[in-house]
Design a protein around this ligand. Structure first.
Ligand SMILES: C[S@@+](CC[C@H](N)C(=O)[O-])C[C@H]1O[C@@H](n2cnc3c(N)ncnc32)[C@H](O)[C@@H]1O
Length: 389
């Protein structure tokens, strides 16, 4: 069955309960690699914001409701595309290192470690490490993503709570063993049972462990690939921090050779106020650039979700203060941190002033990234940057 047919079947389901929000991973469309977002229409803007959450605290889930999907689930469905990213990671590893299959991944700024979870699926020898400041996102991963890859998932992934600038001080996030068994056994049961437990409001029983279990004291393989996706390096505002972070990445990579891969967006449209949206069958995802300071190159990005069935909005579900780095700045910092070579893979994105409304799926998927040393400015572009250690 083709992807479009599968999607149509999902549209046609008459019963739209909680699993209405659970789509197969391969239907997720990233902002970063397809940009099928279109300009947000005024009609949406004029609606009253019901859930105008505190953008800095990302606290839309302070009062979780059984009727509301998790903001993390909505994010994974609308923003991320782990399969696409992983196929590029494997291609880059073969091209720039080669000689072995990459098995050990580290996902920095991992959020819910959706990409790491997907990484583990394809080969039982694969391992993953995730690192993020957001304990709630890491815990959500333990409870919702990892149980879906089977019982051995927990033994092949380690999530650390901490700062990428001090990775060795980050703390292992562990689940209470009883909770772990409960999640695994339920996830191996029927889909409905799985949804019930994964979306429940049970208090979290995971926590970042004490000093004994910092990354410093944790045995880890040298990583074949370290990645930082969805523009996460823009969370670091100072050049010195960027170089320090890249040095930590180099230290984590295998002595047999490895790569670091990050992404970046840009173009004339990235330096303005802008609101783009993508419609999904059950919700609309809105990307908002609220400001752009040309001196500090700082922008404020908010992600909003408008839920159709519930007629509610999760405004500022995620909010970021980013320094929009340029490609040559990133290359210089990677070289300063000791990377042997740096490669740019760029693709043009649909012009934000011309794109017409898309209904969420398909458009723009066939445009590929190309390795290049020169690229003329566009309204909008996306890049993978590969540092070879
Ligand atoms: C744009 S999100 C990216 C999430 C995920 N990597 C993805 O591809 O969608 C940025 C993430 O970086 C985390 N973060 C920001 N600064 C950080 C830091 N200094 N150390 C670790 N994580 C950080 C945030 O908590 C957030 O989860």
């Amino acid at each position: 069955m083709g992807k479009r047919e599968k999607q149509k079947q999902k549209h046609d389901r008459t019963q739209r309960g909680r699993d209405y929000y659970l789509q197969e991973n391969d239907t997720a469309q990233p902002f970063s690699s397809t940009s099928t977002l279109s300009p947000a229409d005024n009609e949406e803007e004029e609606e009253e914001a019901i859930d105008d959450a505190d953008s800095d605290n990302n606290n839309n889930e302070q009062h979780p409701s059984h009727d509301m999907p998790s903001k993390f689930l909505l994010y994974q469905q609308s923003v991320q595309s782990p399969k696409g990213d992983i196929s590029y990671l494997q291609k880059f590893f073969l091209m720039y290192v080669g000689g072995r299959v990459p098995l050990h991944l580290q996902e920095d700024f991992c959020g819910t470690a959706f990409l790491s979870t997907e990484w583990l699926r394809s080969d039982p020898r694969k391992t993953a490490i995730g690192l993020d400041l957001d304990l709630e996102a890491l815990t959500w991963c333990l409870e919702n993503n990892i149980p879906k890859i089977g019982a051995d998932g927990f033994s092949r992934i380690s999530l650390f709570h901490g700062n990428v600038l001090q990775p060795l001080q980050s703390k292992l996030v562990e689940m209470d063993p009883e909770e772990l068994v409960r999640n695994i056994s339920l996830s191996q049961n029927t889909e409905n049972l799985q949804v019930d437990v994964l979306e429940s409001d049970v208090p979290t029983s995971s926590s970042a462990q004490d000093d004994k279990l910092t990354a410093k004291n944790f045995p880890m393989n040298g990583r074949d690939i370290v990645c930082a996706f969805n523009y996460s390096c823009c969370c670091l505002h100072k050049r010195a921090d960027l170089v320090l972070y890249f040095k930590h990445v180099r230290d984590a990579l295998s002595t047999k050779g490895g790569i670091f891969v990050m992404d970046l967006y840009g173009g004339t449209s990235s330096e303005n106020k802008l609101k783009l949206q993508r419609r999904f069958p059950n919700f609309t995802y809105v990307w908002e650039q609220a400001e752009f300071d040309i001196i500090q190159r700082k922008t404020r990005i908010s992600l909003h979700f408008h839920l159709k069935k519930e007629q509610r909005k999760l405004r500022h579900a995620f909010s970021y203060s980013w320094r929009l780095w340029t490609l040559p700045e990133i290359r210089d910092c990677l070289e300063e941190a000791g990377f042997r070579s740096v490669h740019f893979w760029v693709r043009e994105m649909p012009d934000t002033t011309e794109i017409t409304r898309t209904e969420g799926f398909g458009a723009g998927k066939d445009i590929k990234y190309e390795e290049t040393t020169s690229f003329q400015q566009q309204d909008s572009w996306n890049a993978y940057i590969v540092g070879v250690a």
